[in-house]
Each structure stands twice: as structure tokens, then as C-alpha cells.
Design a protein around this ligand. Structure first.
Ligand SMILES: Nc1ncnc2c1ncn2[C@@H]1O[C@H](COP(=O)(O)OP(=O)(O)OP(=O)(O)O)[C@@H](O)[C@H]1O
Length: 951
């Protein structure tokens, strides 16, 4: 071809020179030249170079000509290829654009050793692009991906999808390949692979060198490797003086400039000329990656490992840029802090990983949506915040991961996300947990409603009884006010709990979006911060705005409607300390991830502490009770902390101390009630005596002298001559007198009661008497305490009083009190019934209804002191005379009843003396004691407490 062109040129020049020589005026046309050329070509006598050479017999010239010919052809082909290359690049780019510059693949890890083979697999790959997560029999969720690699997919299959990205990189585009997934889902396996089955990174390096060699350009490759660990950038190729086992490298080579931008160019960049050099560097860097050993004793990556291969090509004008790079990132394993119950360093690592993954998710999501603002570094201000310079730091996102990748995660960059999923049921994503939570919340709500209804019922019953009482006594009982107050507070708690539930449900619902996997969606926080999805979330969220947490996560107050005040639901602002910063997310120095950015990240994310998981997952009733009792606890702290009350623990401690010194108890099962020392006992006894004296004087009844030393002496004598069971029988207090069970007796020994059989019998009579009109339910107080309380009271008022009365005057009763550690409480029947029923439900114990249908309590008053108060506990049906008789009887017996003895007396039939009734009463009493005791036990109290309660 070139020869033809040359021939044509020479013909042209020849013709022109002839033309000028002849002085011809006409110009030579190309058609004329063509025809002359044709004549020459077709003429057998043409004079060509070949002919000339052949004629001269010069074969070498012949050779040159053929070479020239081939070269001509090659040049033509090269031109063609150039055109095709441009076209291919365009087509590939269009293809990737069409597919999406960000593509997401999913790989399901195969079942490995240690997985439970018998459990049904909840992750199912449906076709090549969708994945089903089954988290209940009839509940599952579908996700779509660009491609799903099912269980057992090979490394080759994965690489086949990665290859186009390598081509793009060689064409001059920046590219990123990420491996994302929970800990242990196979990220490192996919990226690194094994010696026999190499993963993406070695394959990419190999392909880059191979394909670059195929391209007729000169490439210069360089290799860098770094990790982001706990917010720090660490150059893994900095000359290492440390051992591979060191957790932290001694120096960090990457700094930030004055604006806080990462000076990524400071990275150690090593030129590599072939695959072997690059792979050696890669292996070296991997040795220094921060890892932690997990429960299964394998090392888990606790950082993001980033490999950068930069390529520079000087002789390819068609490339969009001279130097471009491909990042391969093995992201740190995301983990549910709740699930792993990580703490300390592991918790910090997990937190840092999760935060940066969340930031990456935000960036990718913004890119997918083609948002004008991509939050590589700064998320933007919330709607209600005016941007000022000093506020920038507050709302700074500053994720180093996205900052480093900033120029490789963009419009003309290719991003490949390899999402890894474990087939393990336990590793199901947060969606499952949310569904579970949602279910729990619903049942919690139902339970709350049930409790509320029940409360209303009980309350109206109380109301009726109070009214009846008012009619009878002519006075407004203070207890009714207390009940009212306790009811109101309960209402408040219910409404608060409801709000909390609603809030949680709102959060659950808000997080329920479909199409993309979680990390591809903007986080709730970022939506709130940027205000992008504010509208959308409001549409999604059925919970009224007033009941939701305000958009600021630092919201300090909510407005709660308080029911029950003046019959209207009024709005009352109740200040709540920041739930996130206060209890949920303690953003103190301990919990902050190291590094500059993490304070701001702390601002954004909520991390729930492990102990809260328990609370969240505890049964509905438990939750209600916990929050209820906590609040009650606060309200009652000042009461219980008053010096009038000894704390249970204190008492038990004292008791133990005393018991250890005491030689009285021989049976280990028996809680030894301390034998009161003389001076201590005197307080009580003197109190009783004084009271008795007063009453006796008043009623002209003969005074009985109590010999304080008698019980002790009798005990010694008795112990010498009787068997243990006999002692036990005599030790038995009144309420258990009817029982013949040895075991129940032995658990119930009280040395104080041991020696006064007459007293027991008489006290029993008194119980019967009392039960004619009154129901008194009192948890027992140890002798020391009684005397102490009595003493205190006497010291203050200068007079003695019955302990029960003192306490009755001071103590409110409510359900919470049953659950509280208070020893001294007097409950109305209806107040007791609630917890007892609940306890019965909890423990599956059945009890005759009659036991629970107790009439309203009448608090025993200080006898004879106040005639009004007397009326409270003496039947209105009794005449004044019978009242007096009753009172005198009571007083007479008061000296026989040890006030330290626990009384749990039930109303029986009037003057019931029948053995059946008696037995029934005892059974009922025992049942209730046991139930309350079990209730206390369920609060984690020790056995001592239970025994003491029985006593
Ligand atoms: N596709 C697979 N085929 C065979 N084994 C696999 C596959 N994926 C993962 N494994 C195995 O599962 C285990 C966990 O994988 P790997 O260490 O890659 O998880 P990871 O996601 O990187 O965990 P971490 O985030 O804790 O580092 C390894 O023993 C690995 O060999």
C-alpha cells in the first residue's frame, strides 16, 4: 500500500515537472494521475521496483519490500485497534454505568466446622440476584443484589465478576473493592484466600500485571498498605521495628494537615515491577494487621485493611488520568455489640468499626442516590442548627475510612461491594432482632393494657371500700390518699412506659426499609442530621411526633400526658435526663474511640450496653416491674433511708454476725433469731409492759409480771430433757402451730418463742380474736429491729407505742413495697392481692380464692390512746361494751404475744374455733407467706431473707 502511495506520488511529481517543462497551462487532475497509475499497474511492461530488482536478481531488496508491506499492514491494524480500544473503553464504561458504578454482590459463606448442622439454615439464595432471610416460620425478608453467590461458590466465580473492574482500573479509572460483613462471614477468605485457593487480592494483582503487559503502554505500579484501627491510620509498610505480635505499631506515618485533611500522600509507596514483589509486600503487611482472637480462638480482623495499587501510564492520551488507583479493602467485621457482649477494648474496636462502616454506608447511599452532597467527611447540620464555624466540630463526622477513599468513591470510580453473609442463624442481621423486638414490644403493650385494666378494677374496688370505711368511721382514711397517690404515680409510670414502648416501636418501624441491605441505606442518625429523609421517616412512622424522641439525639425533655389529674389528660413537662448520654450511651472518655473523630461519632450513634439487652429482652411484666420498682424506689428512698428503718442487708449482716456468735441454733437449716440481749430486749419488753400497764390500768385488769429470764432458763432446761423435734414443736410460733410437718417446723424455730407454750396458745386465741374483725398482714421484723424501732420512737416521742402502729403511720403500701426490701409494711387486702396473684401466676401456684379475697386492712392502732383510732380496728357492729371487752382481752394478751413474732393473720369466721377453720387459716397463712417469700426470692434475695420473712 505504501508502495502504491509512493508510486502515485512519484507519478505526480514526474507529471508536474513534465508539465512545467512543456509550459502547459492546464493543471494535472487527480483522475489523470489515477489513470496513469492504472496504466502502469495493468501494463505487463510496467516498470516497478520489483521488476527492477527481479531483473537485477536482487533478492534482498525483495525481502525489504515484503517487510515494508507487513509493516504497512501492522500500522493499519494498530490504527484500527486504537479506534476499537476507544470504543471498548466507552462500551465498558457504559456497561458499568448501566450496571451501576457501585455494584453489590453477596456471598453466602458455606457451613463450616463448628456450625450447628441440625438447625435449619435461615439464609436462602433465590436465583442469582436475590437472597431470602428466614427468621421465623412464616416471616422472611428478601434482598436483591447485583449478584448472589450461593453457598459453595468458588473464588473463580467471584473473580469473574471482579475482572471488569480491573480493566476499568487499567483504563485509568479509580476503583474500590470492599469486603463487607459480620465477623466470621468470610471477608478475609474472599479477599485473601488461601495458598491453594487465592482470593481477590492476589488475583487482582496478578491480573493487573498480566493485562498491563498486554496493553501497548508503559505502566508504573506502586503498592501501599494501611489499616484503620480504632480511628487511627496505620501504615503497614512503615519499616517495622516491632514484632508481628505487637498490637500497635510504634509510629504512625500518616498525619493530618491543618484543616484536618489526611495527608494520604505520606503513605509509604513502593514501586513494584511484577506480581511476586507486590504479593510479598502484601503478605508482609498482613502480618502487622491488628487482630484479636475470638471465642473460637481464631484471629478476627479488628481493623479495616486497605491495599492500594497505583498505576501511572504516560503514553496513553486516551486515559482519563495519568495516575489512578485501585483500592482493595477488607473491612473490619461488623458486629452486634449486644450479641457479642463485647466489653473493654473489644467493645471499643467494635464501636469504631461499626461507626466507620456506618459512615461508609452513608457515603455509598448518597452516591447511589446521586445526592449533591456526599458525606465523605461532614454530614451537615441538623435542620434546627445554624451552621457556624465552631459548631462544625460538633457535627463533624470525620470518618477516616471515607476520607481516605474520597477520590476513589465518586462518579467516575468503580465500586464493588462484596457483602458476606453467614448461614448461621445467630448471625442474622439486625432485622431479625428488630422483628423479635417488635414482637416483644407488642406483647409488652398488651400486657401493659391488661395491667392497666386490672389496676382500674382494683382501684375502683379500693375506692368503694374507702367510701364504705368513710361511712363507717366518719373520717377520711389517710390510706385512701396514699392509694390515690400511688395510683396516680402508677398511671404516670404506665403512660411513661407506653411512651417508651411507642418510641421503641417507632424506631423499629423506622428502620424497616426494604430494597437495599442495611449498610446501603442511610442511618437513622444521618437522616436526622441531614434532614433528608425527615419527611419520609415521618410518613413511615405511625407514632405521633409528640411521642417520638425529638430529632436531636440530645433531646433532654419529653412532654408526657398525665392521666388522672382532674379527670383530664393534661400536659406536663417532665424533665428526663438525656436518655442517650445519660444511660444508654455514656459518652465519657472511657467509651470514646481513640482518635480525633470519635467524639463526634459518639454524638451520632447510639450504642446499647449489654446490661440493657437484658432489660430489653426481659419479660414484659419484668420490665414493667423493674421500671416501676425503680421509680418507687427513688420516691421511697428518703423514707427507707430514714434512721427508723434498718436495711435488710444491714440486718442480715448483723444477724449473721450475731448468729455466728450464738450457740443457740444447732440446726444449720434454721435461721437463728438472735436471742435478745437484756438491754435490747428491755426496750421491747418495756414497751410492751408499759403499754400493757397503761391498758391494764385503764381497764382495771390485773397486771402480769413478766420474768425476762424465764424463757432462757426454760430453754436450757427444755433443751436438756427433750428431743429436737419436741423443741421444734414448742418453738413453733402461733401461725404454724397447726402444722405437724417436721421440716416446716424446723425451718421455723424461734428461740424467743421456744419456751412459752402458754403464750403460744394464748396468742393463738388472740389471733382468732383479732381475726374477727381485722386482717393484718405484716412482714416480720427481726427482734432487734423491733426493739430498735420502738426505742427510736420512744426516744423521739417520749412514749412507747406498738411497732406495728409506728410503721403503719409511716409506711405507704403499694405493690412496689412488696417488691422492695422494706421489712415493715402493712398492706391492705387489695394491695396484697395484686402481687400475690402475680406471684402465683409467676410460680404457677394455685391458692384458694378466699385467701386472696381479703377485706380491706384496718391498721391496728395504739390501743386506748385515741378513741377515733380505736374505731378503726374495732368493728362498728360491736357495742361500746364489747369494744372495751375486746380491748382488754387484747391488752391482756399483748403481753403474751411476742411482737417480734411475724403475724400474717387472716380474717376467719367470727369467733371461729373449729379445727377445720383453724387449719384452713394456717394453710392460707402459710401459702401467702410462701408466695411472698418466693416473690422476694425471685428478686435475688438470699435464703436467709426468706426464712426471716417466714419468721
Ligand atoms: N467461602 C468459604 N469457603 C470456605 N471457608 C470459608 C469461606 N468463607 C469463610 N470461610 C471460613 O470461615 C472462617 C471465617 O472466615 P474469615 O476469617 O474470612 O471471616 P472474616 O469475615 O474475615 O472474619 P473477621 O471479620 O473476624 O476477620 C475461616 O475459617 C474461613 O476459612
Amino acid at each position: 500500500m505504501k508502495a502504491a502511495v509512493d508510486t502515485r506520488k512519484s507519478i505526480c511529481s514526474l507529471a508536474e515537472s513534465i508539465h512545467s517543462l512543456l509550459g502547459l497551462k492546464t493543471r494535472l487532475t487527480s483522475s489523470w494521475v489515477d489513470s496513469v497509475c492504472n496504466i502502469i499497474k495493468s501494463s505487463p511492461s510496467q516498470i516497478s521496483l520489483d521488476d527492477h530488482n527481479t531483473r537485477n536478481g536482487n533478492k534482498e531488496v525483495d525481502m525489504d519490500l515484503s517487510i515494508l508491506k507487513i509493516k504497512d499492514e501492522l500500522a493499519a491494524l494498530a490504527a484500527n485497534i486504537y479506534k476499537l480500544n476507544i470504543e471498548r473503553r466507552q462500551v465498558l464504561n457504559d456497561f458499568l454505568d448501566l450496571k451501576g458504578n457501585i455494584r453489590v454482590f453477596c456471598r453466602v459463606r458455606p457451613i463450616t466446622v463448628g456450625d450447628n448442622f441440625n438447625r435449619p439454615r435461615p439464609v436462602v439464595a433465590l436465583g442469582s440476584t436475590s437472597l431470602q432471610l428466614k427468621f421465623a416460620e412464616n416471616k422472611s425478608k428478601f434482598y436483591s443484589f447485583d449478584k448472589v453467590f450461593a453457598l459453595g461458590s468458588s473464588q473463580d466465580e467471584i473473580f469473574l465478576e471482579v475482572e471488569p473492574v480491573i480493566k476499568s482500573a487499567l483504563d485509568g479509572y479509580n476503583a474500590c473493592i470492599f469486603a463487607y460483613g459480620q465477623t466470621g462471614t468470610g471477608k478475609t477468605f474472599t479477599m485473601e484466600g488461601t495458598a491453594d485457593d487465592p482470593g481477590v487480592i492476589p488475583r487482582v494483582i496478578e491480573a493487573l500485571f498480566k493485562q498491563a503487559a498486554d496493553i501497548n503502554h508503559t505502566f508504573l505500579f506502586s503498592f501501599s498498605m494501611l489499616e484503620i484501627y480504632m480511628g487511627y491510620l496505620k501504615d503497614l509498610l512503615v519499616p517495622q521495628t516491632r514484632k508481628a505480635t505487637d498490637v500497635m505499631p510504634p509510629c504512625l506515618s500518616i498525619q493530618t494537615d491543618s484543616k484536618g485533611e489526611i495527608e494520604i500522600d505520606n503513605l509509604v509507596t513502593i514501586q513494584v515491577s511484577d506480581f511476586n514483589q507486590a504479593i510479598r509486600l502484601y503478605r508482609l503487611g498482613c502480618r502487622f494487621r491488628s487482630k484479636a482472637s475470638t471465642n473460637s480462638n481464631k484471629s478476627s480482623s479488628r481493623s479495616h485493611c486497605m491495599i492500594r495499587i497505583s498505576m501511572t501510564c504516560f503514553d496513553a492520551n486516551e486515559r482519563p488520568r495519568i495516575t489512578n488507583k485501585i483500592w482493595m479493602v477488607d473491612l473490619g467485621g461488623s458486629e452486634r455489640v449486644l450479641k457479642t457482649k463485647a466489653w473493654g477494648r473489644r467493645f471499643e474496636e467494635g464501636k469504631a468499626i461499626n461507626l466507620s462502616l456506618s459512615a461508609l454506608g452513608d457515603v455509598i447511599n448518597a452516591l447511589q442516590r446521586k445526592n449533591c452532597h456526599i458525606p465523605y467527611r461532614f454530614l451537615g447540620f441538623p435542620q434546627n442548627v445554624k451552621p457556624t464555624l465552631n459548631k462544625v466540630s460538633t457535627f463533624h463526622r470525620n470518618s477516616k475510612l471515607t476520607q481516605v477513599l474520597k477520590d476513589s468513591l465518586g462518579e467516575d470510580s468503580k465500586t464493588l461491594m462484596l457483602v458476606h453473609v453467614s448461614p448461621k442463624e445467630d448471625d442474622l442481621c439486625e432485622t431479625q432482632a428488630n422483628a423479635q423486638r417488635e414482637f416483644e414490644m407488642t406483647s409488652l403493650q398488651q400486657r401493659m393494657k391488661w395491667i392497666e385494666d386490672k389496676r382500674h378494677e382494683v382501684r375502683s374496688e379500693i375506692q368503694k371500700l374507702n367510701e364504705k370505711l368513710e361511712d363507717l368511721t366518719g373520717t377520711s382514711p389517710s390510706s385512701s390518699k396514699q392509694l390515690e397517690a400511688s395510683h396516680l404515680s402508677f398511671e404516670l409510670e404506665v403512660s411513661q412506659s407506653n411512651i417508651e414502648i411507642d418510641k421503641d416501636i417507632g424506631n423499629v418501624k423506622a428502620s424497616r426499609t426494604a430494597e437495599f441491605p442495611g449498610f446501603m441505606r442511610p442511618t437513622i442518625c444521618s437522616r436526622r442530621k441531614s434532614g433528608v429523609d425527615h419527611q419520609a421517616s415521618e410518613e413511615r412512622d405511625p407514632v405521633p411526633a409528640s411521642k417520638r424522641r425529638t430529632s436531636s439525639h440530645r433531646a433532654e425533655s419529653v412532654t408526657l400526658p398525665i392521666k388522672g389529674i382532674s379527670g383530664n389528660s393534661s400536659e406536663s413537662g417532665i424533665s428526663r435526663t438525656s436518655c442517650l448520654m445519660g444511660s444508654k450511651f455514656k459518652c465519657n472518655s472511657d467509651n470514646e474511640t481513640e482518635g480525633s473523630q470519635d467524639k463526634s461519632e459518639c454524638d451520632i450513634k447510639t450504642v446499647v450496653f449489654p446490661f440493657e439487652e437484658k432489660l430489653l429482652r426481659s419479660s414484659n411484666l419484668e420490665k414493667a416491674q423493674v421500671s416501676c420498682s425503680e421509680r418507687h424506689e427513688n420516691r421511697k428512698t428518703h423514707i427507707l433511708n430514714s434512721p427508723k428503718f434498718i436495711k435488710v442487708d444491714d440486718w442480715l449482716h448483723l444477724n449473721k454476725q450475731y448468729s455466728s456468735n450464738s450457740r443457740i441454733h444447732q440446726n444449720k437449716q434454721v435461721l437463728a433469731i438472735p436471742h435478745p440481749e437484756k438491754d435490747k430486749r428491755d426496750y421491747r419488753q418495756r414497751g410492751v409492759e408499759q403499754l400493757r400497764d397503761e391498758k391494764v390500768n385503764e381497764n382495771k385488769l390485773p397486771k402480769k409480771k413478766i420474768n425476762h429470764d424465764q424463757p432462757k432458763k426454760l430453754a436450757e432446761v427444755g433443751a436438756a430433757g427433750r428431743s429436737k423435734s419436741e423443741q421444734v414443736a414448742n418453738f413453733m410460733p402461733t401461725v404454724f402451730k397447726g402444722f405437724s410437718n417436721e421440716e416446716s417446723r424446723s425451718n421455723y424455730i424461734s428461740s424467743t418463742h421456744a419456751n412459752d407454750g402458754i403464750r403460744i396458745t394464748e396468742a393463738q386465741g388472740m389471733v382468732n380474736d383479732l381475726s374477727t374483725e381485722e386482717y393484718v398482714c405484716s412482714t416480720s421484723t427481726p427482734p432487734d429491729k423491733w426493739s430498735w424501732v420502738l426505742n427510736k420512737k420512744r426516744d423521739e416521742s417520749g412514749e412507747n407505742g406498738m411497732p406495728m402502729q409506728l410503721i403503719a403511720n409511716e409506711t405507704k403500701f403499694s405493690e412496689a413495697l412488696v417488691l422492695s426490701n422494706s421489712w415493715t409494711s402493712i398492706h391492705s387486702a387489695s394491695d396484697v392481692r395484686g402481687p400475690i396473684t402475680a406471684l402465683m401466676d409467676d410460680f404457677g401456684v394455685s391458692c384458694p380464692k378466699s385467701v386472696l379475697k381479703l377485706p380491706c386492712q384496718k391498721v391496728p392502732t395504739e390501743i386506748g390512746k385515741n378513741s377515733e383510732e380505736e374505731k378503726m380496728h374495732v368493728s362498728s357492729q360491736l357495742s361500746e361494751t364489747s369494744k372495751m371487752q375486746h380491748r382488754s382481752l387484747l391488752v391482756e394478751r399483748a403481753n403474751k404475744v411476742d411482737l417480734a413474732m411475724p403475724t400474717f393473720q387472716l380474717q376467719g369466721k367470727r369467733k371461729s374455733t373449729g379445727i377445720c377453720n383453724l387449719l384452713k387459716q394456717k394453710l392460707q397463712t402459710f401459702c401467702n407467706c410462701a408466695l411472698i417469700g418466693l416473690g422476694f426470692q425471685s428478686l435475688g434475695l438470699e435464703h436467709d431473707f426468706f426464712y426471716a420473712l417466714m419468721l
